[in-house]
Design a protein around this ligand. Structure first.
Ligand SMILES: Nc1ncnc2c1ncn2[C@@H]1O[C@H](COP(=O)(O)OP(=O)(O)OP(=O)(O)O)[C@@H](O)[C@H]1O
Length: 577
């Protein structure tokens, strides 16, 4: 991906074209070629059918029964080909849409998850912008609408080229006298169709312009509403305990009001667009007859030709009216493109944030010891939480980090894992798969307990017996028979049980470093001390770096690092017990 700061237009262009120049492009171009060929086939059949129509009315006008039957047989033959081609055209177009969507979904997921972009967008830049909607709905709609608009445009261009020639030949010349000067307009029906469509297109573009912006807003409001409902579901127990239903309902209705008010504006614009398009298409039905009628009533053309002219006129007119007929779809497509472009730019900003702010040099540990040298940490408000921390820890050391609330203890642990961007200095720590951070509330995926214990390395060779033994040691014996049960364990287990489960997981993964961020805070003191003793016993070679407020935890650590939240720090040795 291109670095720097590409403009909105460049990003939009890259968004649409990247698939077509990717490694999957060969299949994409192949499918596109087949779809275009089938589209051209349909246009040629339409050309034949228009000519057929002229012939058909001609046979009717002259009461030619044999000609009438032969025309019907022709129709059934060509009609069958038309049906088969149309079916395949839809089939290949849909295949291409799904392939494009699959490629874009993969591409977006990769960028969004790469280098923790999702985390920086949400927690630091606060521009996460409903990724669920962007990656599922917008990507799908972009692929579908771009293809159908583009193929529709190609089809209309092919129709225009084909039928404009026919209309030119059929329409003949119109002779007028203006100010006693005779004027002849060659192919006047072509000019009439052109003029009519230009006027219609200008009007609809003018009236419908606000729809693009309104669609962007509407999608954003819908996403906010959905997000509020999802958040409610995730926190329903807490809300029930607070009796927060009224406050939540008011909030929902406030968000919904945006949807309602904006939809009102969309309704008015859509009504105006519909009026205009209906007037436009209704008038066009009689317009062709009206324009061709002088030649019919002058006996210059017959009924069959009149219908052939009106058919050809209709095709030319509908090709020229492409923008009018697809206006709502074009407006929706533009708003999807704007939303995805903004999302792409936000991802880029998040990726740049880490590069721009983090000035950390990270080495593997030297002789099994961990070194922090001149480590400084800031918070996004640019205040220093910690200045020039220099620290050396051997494999025998365990550190307890203490300090007042908000002084930066959790942020220091995040810096040690490498995900905190506002930091400078040098760190040496084990590879990330050998480092585990257990926060106060660990993430528990909705899965079988077996996979919860393996998470995130689902292929780690850990036996079921080891899992059952560890669960027992962590006072979770009641779970030993439920390893294959899939549940939302994060909702079923109490906070304390979730903390025990997170510790069981850490023990099974045998990390080199275990960072515990108040990971036992929901346990009673006796159980908390038992858990620490268990960790020391089961992970004798692991460096423990804990954040905790309990004085009793000191006995499990050799060093105490005290932070004051203003940048200063103090390191002291703890007495051996
Ligand atoms: N994503 C963020 N955006 C803005 N400020 C943040 C962010 N994360 C942390 N901070 C700020 O950084 C400071 C340190 O936070 P941190 O969570 O590290 O404190 P702590 O010492 O662990 O607190 P506690 O003991 O209460 O858990 C706080 O003032 C907090 O508001």
């Amino acid at each position: 991906m291109q670095q720097g700061k590409p403009s909105l237009h460049t990003t939009s262009w890259q968004l649409i074209t990247s698939y077509w120049f990717s490694r999957k492009a060969l299949l994409a171009w192949g499918l596109l070629l087949i779809t275009i060929t089938l589209n051209i086939g349909i246009v040629l059949i339409n050309l034949y059918l228009n000519h057929w129509q002229g012939n058909f009315y001609h046979q009717l006008q002259y009461y030619n029964y044999a000609g009438f039957i032969s025309a019907l047989l022709d129709f059934s033959l060509i009609g069958s080909v038309y049906i088969i081609i149309s079916g395949f055209q839809v089939f290949f177009q849909m295949m291409l849409q799904m392939h494009w969507r699959q490629w874009m979904t993969h591409h977006y997921l990769q960028r969004w998850l790469h280098d923790k972009t999702y985390y920086y967008m949400n927690h630091l830049l606060h521009n996460a912008d409903n990724p669920d909607q962007r990656i599922s709905e917008d990507v799908h709609l972009l692929a579908t609408n771009t293809l159908s608009l583009f193929l529709g445009l190609l089809k209309q261009i092919a129709t225009l080229i084909t039928f404009i020639t026919v209309l030119w030949q059929l329409s003949g010349n119109l002779s007028l006298t203006v100010n006693q000067t005779p004027i002849t307009i060659y192919g006047y029906l072509v000019w009439a169709a052109l003029g009519y469509s230009i006027i219609g297109t200008c009007l609809i573009t003018r009236i419908g312009r606000p729809l693009v912006r309104l669609n962007v807003l509407q999608q954003g409001y819908e996403a906010d509403f959905r997000y509020a409902l999802v958040r409610f579901r995730e926190n329903d127990e807490s809300i029930a305990l607070y009796n927060g239903e009224t406050a939540e309902k008011n909030k929902f209705m406030r968000i919904f009001h945006n949807i309602y008010a904006n939809y009102g504006k969309i309704t008015i614009t859509s009504k105006n667009i519909t009026w205009l398009t209906v007037i436009y298409s209704q008038v066009s039905i009689i317009f062709a007859f009206l324009m061709a009628s002088p030649r019919y009533f002058n006996n210059e053309i017959q009924l069959g030709q009149l219908f052939e002219i009106s058919g050809a006129y209709w095709y030319v007119h509908s090709a020229l009216s492409y923008i009018i007929d697809s206006f709502s779809k074009i407006a929706e497509w533009q708003s999807i493109l704007i939303r995805l472009t903004q999302f792409t730019q936000n991802m880029r900003k998040a990726q740049l944030l880490l590069k721009a702010t983090q000035d950390l040099t990270i080495h593997p540990p030297v002789n099994d010891s961990f070194i922090a040298k001149d480590l400084s940490i800031q918070c996004p408000r640019k205040e220093f939480l910690l200045k020039n921390l220099s620290l050396r820890v051997t494999a025998k050391d365990n550190i307890l980090i203490t300090g007042p609330s908000g002084c930066g203890k959790s942020t220091l642990l995040k810096t040690l894992t490498g995900i905190w961007p506002f930091s400078q200095g040098t760190l040496a720590h084990p590879p990330k798969e050998k480092l585990i951070l257990v926060p106060q509330k660990s993430y528990i995926p909705i899965h079988t307990l077996y996979n919860v214990l393996l998470y995130p390395n689902l292929h780690t060779p850990i036996t079921r017996l080891a899992m059952q033994e560890t669960l027992k040691l962590c006072q979770l014996s009641f779970l030993t028979e439920q390893l294959d049960q899939e549940n939302n364990w994060g909702e079923i287990l109490s906070l304390g049980e979730q903390q025990k489960l997170a510790i069981a997981r850490a023990i099974l993964h045998q990390p080199d470093w275990l960072l515990l961020d108040e990971a036992t805070s929901s346990l009673d003191t006796e159980t908390e001390l038992y858990m620490y003793a268990l960790l020391k016993r089961m992970l004798p070679k692991t460096v423990l770096i804990s954040v905790g407020h309990q004085d009793a935890l000191k006995k499990f650590h050799t060093l105490k690092l005290e932070l004051d939240g203003l940048g200063s720090w103090q390191l002291s040795k703890l007495p051996a017990t």
